[in-house]
Design a protein around this ligand. Structure first.
Ligand code: WT7
Length: 643
């Protein structure tokens, strides 16, 4: 572990909203008097009916119930758009940068208002009402933000499905959300290549309850429109008025569902609500990125993930910011793309994932150094642990030793950032997410739930609620309680391992459950296993993560074939394609090892510990194998590692 520290520079201590003394002061107040602290913080939003109650939360056992600002009413799109019109109607709200470097677009708050209203009216015209679920399967184009905000304007609940997911994954999410309206586009484009979104949506709709498909024309690629079901967005938008009154929503009305993978079963619909989520997204965006009026802010995530929800759309727009939305990828047309975009749009704040940093670092300093990046002031990292080498490179080469890095730890479930440096307050240590944000009380427990004090390592829990916390699993509150509050009753269990050092800094060590983090994307090993066993020639599969230089973790699959089926290179390729088709390209196994048998206990439980060690090539520390039903299978797995 790197022990080098990076102090707060005098300029940062001066310009930032929060210095170290203020951080300590605000933090103490936030945990001592959450009602007072958040009661004031909630005023950053415009409420239709102001709240009189602030925090009403209970982590059980047995019941878990989380409510914030419960008697207040508001509208999210009014907070993200309308309220900015008087002061910044002509300010750019969204900078759109296309995959093709010659394509970009600026959208002012006034234009955003018109677009959101039109989209809302199109949804209304197709019968969408408050509380209905609308699924969004779009590329990174401004219409994605319009569609999200349009849902919030009329009180519909959006469920965004990342454009890289397969038709089957999309169908499962449509079905679980009981969503009859699907918004998609003809195609997406990534690195110059088309992505057939409409064709995928058609395949998904065969298996799902889709009654209306609204299709945004983006590339002009050829698609088939099904009469009675499919409509072109631009045709519908031309028929409706450019104004739409925002619906009055209660703070605890559902805002969106976002599916995420867990250690067991199908992906869960994480449900976020209106008031607390927006307070948290707005506050963290302001303080963590030290966002000031006029700053140009760029988060490279996709709106299909929670980072895109909270830190491309809701947090920045609630703050009247200029937010950049990028359709492309970091290495197209070449490895300088991100830095060129920064120079082109004079980006001040840049927020990306360690996997992108590692991939670009591998190409050397050249592609970075031929750009200016003089506008950059602050860098951010999110999605997975950042190794100190990548952190140092990001700081030295990208940030020219001048820009602090905020390594922000959070989850789909947390709605917004929970553990993070504040650039004017926190001495940085490469690889550490440092200290808790306001109101967040982390705790480290051992396997039995015993609280560990001081410098220690164990499992990360959060002991009390924060406004952006998820409220339930859509349609399955019992699963919510089981997944997050039953391992350590009365505490929210994150699923992450964590170390706390002598300075009270937190170092996230990665998942301790059967979830792997591939390029910052969360993947349940059980999901990949069930995709593999769905193939006719596979009898059994076990999937584990292993360290991968660029992706953070790679996917290692042990596959047992049906009797009589011979392993071959062709079959290996076919299985990789099969998983891509079943789940999506992000789930492609990096390694498939054909295993005649899997290590099982006498009761038939697969011993993943051993499979992980073999995948990690830690053959000297396989541990006790004597309890296995057939210890000889381990010898075979070791002898044929990776084959
Ligand atoms: C998991 C959550 C956070 C939004 C994007 C991912 C890992 C996230 C960090 C970080 C170390 C991190 C954790 C967490 N993670 N940020 N800064 N340092 N690990 O959201 O898909 O819900 O994944 O990502 O393991 O549990 P997600």
């Amino acid at each position: 572990m790197s022990e080098r520290t990076y102090p707060v520079s005098p300029e940062w201590a001066k310009r930032a909203y929060v210095d170290d003394a203020k951080y300590k002061d605000m933090y103490a107040r936030s945990v001592k008097d959450p009602d007072g602290f958040w009661g004031e913080e909630g005023k950053r939003l415009d409420w239709i009916k102001p709240y009189t109650k602030v925090k009403n939360t209970n982590f059980g056992p047995p019941d878990v119930s989380i409510k914030w600002f419960e008697d207040g009413t508001l509208n999210v799109s009014a907070n993200c758009v309308d309220r900015h019109l008087a002061k910044r109607g002509d300010q750019t709200a969204i900078i759109w940068e296309g995959d093709d470097p010659t394509k970009s677009k600026l959208i002012t708050y006034r234009q955003l208002h018109e677009q959101v209203c039109r989209f809302a009216n199109v949804l209304k015209a197709h019968g969408v009402k408050k509380g209905d679920r609308v699924t969004i399967y779009l590329p990174m184009i401004p219409e994605a933000a319009y569609a999200m905000l349009a849902c919030t304007r009329i009180g519909a609940v959006h469920s965004i499905v990342f454009g890289g997911f397969s038709p089957d994954s999309l169908a499962g999410r449509l079905e679980d959300a009981k969503s009859s309206v699907l918004i998609t586009s003809d195609e997406g484009v990534r690195a110059g290549r088309p992505v057939p979104l409409k064709a995928n949506a058609d395949a998904a709709a065969e298996k799902a309850p889709v009654k209306t498909m609204i299709v945004v024309q983006h590339t002009g690629g050829k698609v088939t429109m099904k009469a009675g079901r499919d409509v072109w967005y631009h045709e519908e938008a031309a028929k409706v008025p450019a104004d739409c009154t925002p619906e009055e929503m209660s703070a605890e009305d559902p805002l969106f569902i976002l599916y995420t993978s867990g250690s067991t079963g199908k992906p869960k619909g994480v449900l976020h609500t209106t008031g607390g989520y927006l307070v948290h997204a707005s506050m963290t965006h302001q303080y963590v990125f030290d966002y000031h009026d006029g700053d140009i802010y760029w988060c490279t995530a996709d709106v299909g993930w929670v980072t895109g929800h909270s830190y491309i759309v809701y947090g920045p727009l609630a703050n009247g910011a200029t937010t950049l939305m990028f359709e492309g990828v970091p290495n197209y047309p070449d490895e300088s793309r991100c830095w060129q975009v920064i120079d082109k749009h004079k980006v001040n704040i840049f927020y990306t994932a360690p996997t992108a940093i590692r991939a670009l670092m591998q190409k050397g300093d050249g592609p970075v150094k031929k750009t200016s990046r003089a506008s950059l002031r602050l860098l951010g990292s999110v999605g997975e642990p950042i190794n100190p080498e990548a952190w140092e490179w990001y700081h030295r080469v990208v940030g020219d030793d001048r820009c602090p890095i905020v390594d922000t730890w959070w989850q789909t479930e947390t709605g917004g950032i929970l553990i993070t440096p504040l650039p004017g307050a926190t001495v940085l240590k490469p690889g550490s997410a440092t200290r808790p944000f306001f109101g967040v009380q982390p705790q480290i427990v051992d396997a039995d739930g015993k609280v560990q004090e001081g410098a220690t390592e164990g499992n990360l829990c959060i002991v009390d609620s924060w406004p952006g916390q998820m409220r339930t699993v859509f349609g399955d509150h019992e699963r919510f309680i089981q997944t997050y509050f039953s391992t350590y009753p009365g505490k929210y269990f994150t699923g992450d391992g964590c170390r706390r050092d002598a300075d009270g800094y937190y170092w996230i060590t990665g998942r301790v459950d059967d979830v792997i983090n591939v390029s910052g994307h969360r993947m349940g090993t059980a999901e990949v296993e069930s995709a593999l066993v769905a193939h006719d020639e596979v009898s059994e599969a076990a999937v584990v993560g292993y360290p991968h230089d660029i992706k953070g973790q790679g996917i290692y699959a042990y596959v047992t074939l049906m009797a009589g089926v011979a392993p071959s290179e062709d079959l290996r390729k076919e299985l990789v394609q099969w998983v891509r088709k079943e789940i999506g390209p992000i789930a492609s196994p990096d390694v498939i090892q054909f295993a005649p048998g899997l290590p099982k206990t006498r009761s038939g439980k697969i011993m993943r510990r051993i499979l992980r060690k073999i995948a990690e090539n830690e053959l000297g520390s396989l541990g006790d194998t004597s309890t296995l039903a057939d210890p000889a299978v381990v010898d075979d797995l070791v002898a044929n590692r990776g084959k």
